[in-house]
Structure formats: C-alpha cells, structure tokens
Design a protein around this ligand. Structure first.
Ligand SMILES: C[S@@+](CC[C@H](N)C(=O)[O-])C[C@H]1O[C@@H](n2cnc3c(N)ncnc32)[C@H](O)[C@@H]1O
Length: 219
C-alpha cells in the first residue's frame, strides 16, 4: 500500500486537483491542464515520477498475481502470453516462473520498459499498443482498459488475438476522472458489450481477490 499512497500524494498528481474546477467549467483533463501532456507521456519526461508510478504498479501486481495464480486456471495450455501495458514485467515474471513452458513477453511504452530488469525467460518490448502489439495466443491486460474509453479500447490491435483477460476494479472512478484520458471503470455488462463489439464470442469471469476479477474474452 505504501507505494500507492506515495504515488497518489506525489506533487505531480496532487497538482491535478487544483484544476478540477477549471475542467468542470471549460472541459479537458486535470492532468493535462497541470502538466501540459497526458499521464503516460509525462512519465517519459520525469524519471522520478516514472519510477514512483512503476513501483506502485509493481507492488499492487505482486499481491494480485499471487492470488491469480492460485485461483485462475486459464494459463494451462498457453504457449505465448503477451502482457500489454505490462509495466515492469511483474506479472509475466510470476506467470513464467510458475509455468516454465510459457513464453512470456512484456510490452509497454519504451520509458517503462527501460526500468525492467533483464530476465532470461522473458522478452521485454517497448512500443505503442495502439499501433502494433507482439503476437501471442493469449493477451493479458491488467488495469489497461480502465484507462481508456470504449473507442480507444476498440482500436487496440489485441482484438485480433484469441484470448483476452482483464482485471476489473470498481472503486477508483474519481482517480480516473482526474488523471486518465477518458478512462472509466466498467461493470461486467459494459465489459461484455465491449467484448462483443470487438468480435469476441465468450466472456468468462473468475473472482480473484479483494474486488479483483479475471475476465476472459475468447473468440
Ligand atoms: C495502470 S498501468 C498498469 C500496469 C500493469 N499492467 C500493472 O497493472 O501493474 C497502465 C500501463 O499502460 C501503459 N501504457 C499506456 N499507454 C500505452 C501505450 N500506448 N502503449 C503501451 N503501453 C501503454 C503504461 O505505461 C502503464 O504501464
């Protein structure tokens, strides 16, 4: 929890709240008003905040992946798994350690990948997920779809893949409102609509831990 509190109380994020009234009146996004760019682009320009953000994600993921590996059986039979927006590779590292037969790829923006420690069993690739993602038979996305509106989610190239898992957390709408470009938390029926609209035929849910679910979209 400490890295998460350090992140939300970091001056970079605290400054956003002073712009809440302006965006109510004029529109726009508090983060962009405060810093002149979006959250994910800003990280590429501020090494300190990039580390604070990535550490927060790493520690949350460390808790969730432990439980995911305990309760979720969908990794059996997977050959290549690509964690899109996979941060500093915490998720893929844990999955490939438990399932050594799985080839793991962590894909994220180059300034995030630059913070990943090398690992012999995992490939780390920097790039833009809205342009192209590395191929794999399973695409994993944790805390990605909630950063984007439906239009952005629909243009992700991962929709051509066979399987898609996404974790849902329902209680951070206000944070998304201030920091994220058009992000939103979704109810299950909204995930189902999104999946069907992107050509998936089946949606299966598994409860994981502390309000977190694995949602598997299959073609
Ligand atoms: C909320 S974080 C989740 C990180 C990780 N999945 C986790 O839960 O620990 C969102 C991630 O999406 C990445 N991201 C944002 N825009 C991206 C893009 N256009 N291409 C690739 N990754 C992107 C960010 O750099 C960040 O690591």
């Amino acid at each position: 929890m400490a890295p998460m509190l350090l992140m939300v109380q970091d001056k970079v994020l605290m400054d956003c709240w002073y712009h809440l009234k302006d965006v109510m009146v004029d529109g726009g996004l508090p983060f962009n008003k405060a810093h002149g760019t979006s959250l994910f682009e800003y990280q590429g320009k501020d090494a300190h905040f990039n580390s604070v953000f990535n550490k927060n994600m790493k520690d949350h993921t460390t808790i969730i992946i432990k439980k995911l590996l305990e309760f979720y059986r969908g990794f059996d039979g997977v050959n290549t798994i690509v964690d899109v927006g996979g941060g500093v590779s915490t998720m893929i590292h844990a999955i490939t350690s438990t399932y050594p037969c799985i080839r793991g790829i962590t894909f994220d923006l180059p300034h995030v990948i630059s913070e990943v420690l090398p690992s012999p069993h995992v490939q780390h690739i920097g790039g833009d997920m809205f342009k192209k993602v590395p191929p794999g038979d399973t695409i994993l996305m944790k805390w990605i779809l909630h950063d984007w509106n439906d239009e952005h989610c629909m243009i992700l190239p991962v929709t051509s893949e066979a399987k898609l898992a996404e974790q849902v957390v329902l209680n951070v709408d206000m944070i998304m409102l201030t920091h994220s470009h058009s992000g939103k938390e979704r109810y299950l029926n909204e995930f189902e609509q999104l999946a069907m609209g992107a050509g998936f035929k089946c949606v299966k849910t598994t409860y994981i831990y502390a309000g977190s679910w694995a949602i598997e979209f299959t073609k």
